[in-house]
Design a binder for this molecule. Structure first.
Ligand code: HEC
Ligand code: HEC
Length: 481
């Protein structure tokens, strides 16, 4: 256990349970890693082959991922789609990470428990809201889950607040030493954290037994996990799957814990949403020049050369797994940044408490990127072209942001918060000052080639993920949203 970790005032903490009744201001988490961009570039080398070796952009191998076990995958699939694991039994992981919306939700910023409908049709209800409608939007874009079971993902979340570290249990999380022992990898760990988010899956303290236990015991972690485990133990339909996945329980449900839940859900994600071997791009990387279009191949050369993309988007999944400030416009209610207007998202700084990390977000992987919009940590861009153009002249894009580009289903009181940061010239100036990427000029043809490369990163097997949706879940809840 990680005894030295100072328990942060995280946005998943009990602080927020109280805060929500008095103010929408949210506090953020603290820990210690910093990263800098080496500005690594290669302008003299005109050979694309050498460049992608330099950036370690190579075909994906099975050994890139932690191994999966079929019986845990089956159990994890049930948990991933089962609303029984949310306080008000009204939302599951799949609501925000739906295989029918490329493992995300199609919205700029997620709408959590209490909202209605599915994917881009999901909405917060009418104004004035009913007591069961959501009190607020989420704070960030729900990321796609492709390849998050790969070992190189050493930090998860846009700000990396769930990460590997050198503590005895190996993980740094907002739960501090409440994190139970027994996890094998980071995806298993993160898979128990949406349960503890009031806005995402937990619900308000007065609404259900799980959140009431959190309020009574002063923590959104252990009491929540214990209550949810009790719910699953009380479902006889789950037992055969649980005992098949975990023979070490020897048929005794008493020893079933939240760690078993997290491990199973991670196995499911790591199996269902893993890029196939030998996608067209991987075949290209292995020497089959005709596997992607000529334009896409030229786009790849630009990506590793003139356009300088690979200095951050590198490795087999096209992420350096580090944090950078690229000036994406900030929309939505914010993440409790206490800057110019309190509607900002300071990104990595919220985790490290290091001002040098302000507005830095983890470089997203780009496999399947054409499927995973809207793009950016807050989904500010609903067109892939626009987020790529943003990189080429981030300052201009930030200051000329067109709010019609985002997907934020309307409700009067929520709408009022959405553009405070982006309409504030001081906030925009502060964000602009941190931009790390240089302005890059591409001809129209070059831009088209770069876009052709973005589309060539799609795994054809991930165009249709309907087979990953179960027909039903053991609790009997519907799968409709
Ligand atoms: C209400 C919407 C919502 C629900 C429900 C939800 N998530 Fe998420 N998920 C998000 C958002 C938003 C983020 C990014 C949060 C951040 O960076 O602060 C995220 C991040 C993640 C990540 C990290 C991805 C990355 O690239 O860093 C994983 C993995 C994940 N969720 C899995 C799950 C699982 C498993 C469940 C169910 C137990 C779940 N989520 C339920 C919205 C949701
Ligand atoms: C300095 C590092 C850096 C460079 C160079 C860079 N990117 Fe990015 N890229 C990022 C970061 C960080 C984000 C996420 C920003 C955010 O969420 O606020 C991002 C986001 C993206 C996204 C949206 C992905 C998503 O899932 O939301 C795409 C597409 C993208 N980059 C493509 C490119 C292309 C194409 C280039 C070259 C023209 C490039 N990037 C150069 C760091 C970089």
């Amino acid at each position: 256990m990680n005894k030295n970790y100072k328990k942060p005032r995280s946005h998943t903490s009990f602080t927020k349970l109280i805060k929500l009744f008095i103010s929408p201001v949210v506090l953020v988490a603290a820990c210690t890693t910093t990263h800098t961009w080496a500005g690594d570039r290669d302008n003299d080398d005109n050979n694309g082959q050498n460049r992608h070796n330099k950036y370690q952009i190579r075909a994906i191998k099975t050994s890139d991922y932690t191994p999966v076990d079929a019986k845990k995958v089956a159990l994890g699939q049930a948990f991933f789609f089962d609303k029984e694991l949310s306080g008000n039994r009204n939302i599951s992981c799949s609501t925000c990470h739906s295989p029918l919306a490329a493992t995300s939700d199609g919205l700029s910023i997620n709408l959590g428990e209490g909202a209605h409908g599915f994917s881009v049709g999901r909405n917060p209800g009418f104004y004035p809201p009913l007591p069961t409608d959501p009190l607020e939007r989420g704070q960030r874009n729900a990321p796609a889950l492709f390849d998050r079971g790969a070992k190189e993902f050493v930090t998860l979340m846009h700000d990396g607040r769930i990460e590997l570290d050198s503590s005895p249990d190996g993980f740094l999380t907002p739960a501090g030493d409440e994190l139970p022992a027994g996890f094998n990898n980071l995806l298993e760990v993160i898979s128990i954290f949406a349960f503890t988010e009031i806005q995402e899956m937990l619900g308000q303290a007065y609404e259900n037994d799980v959140s009431a236990a959190a309020a009574a015991q002063g923590s959104v972690f252990t009491p929540v996990w214990n209550k949810l485990v009790a719910r699953i133990k009380a479902q006889p339909n789950y037992r055969p799957m649980i005992f098949a996945a975990y023979p070490e329980l020897k048929g005794n449900i008493d020893n079933f814990t939240i760690v078993h839940v997290g491990r199973a859900i991670a196995n499911f994600q790591n199996s269902a949403f893993r890029t196939a071997l030998n996608t067209p791009f991987d075949r290209y990387l292995n020497g089959d020049e005709g596997a992607i279009s000529k334009d896409a191949a030229k786009g790849f050369k630009l990506f590793t050369g003139k356009a300088q993309c690979a200095s951050c988007h590198n490795g087999p999944f096209l992420s350096d797994q580090k944090f950078h400030a690229i000036g994406v416009p900030q929309i939505g209610p914010g993440f409790g940044g206490v800057g110019n207007d309190g509607r900002e998202d300071f990104g990595r700084e919220g985790v490290t408490q290091n001002q040098a990390d302000r507005y830095k977000f983890r470089t997203p992987p780009l496999r399947n990127v054409a499927l995973t919009g809207p793009w950016g940590h807050d989904g500010a861009f609903d067109m892939l072209e626009d987020v790529v153009k943003h990189h080429l002249d981030a300052k201009k894009s930030l200051n000329n942001y067109d709010i019609s580009q985002c997907v934020l289903p309307s409700r009067l009181d929520l709408d009022a918060l959405d553009f405070i940061a982006t309409n504030n010239p001081n906030t925009r100036y502060a964000i602009e000052q941190r931009i790390e990427i240089p302005k890059i000029r591409l001809s129209d043809d070059e831009f088209k080639e770069l876009m052709a490369f973005m589309y060539a990163l799609t795994d054809p097997e991930h165009l249709d993920l309907r087979h990953t949706v179960p027909k039903s879940v053991p609790s009997g809840h519907t799968l409709a949203d």
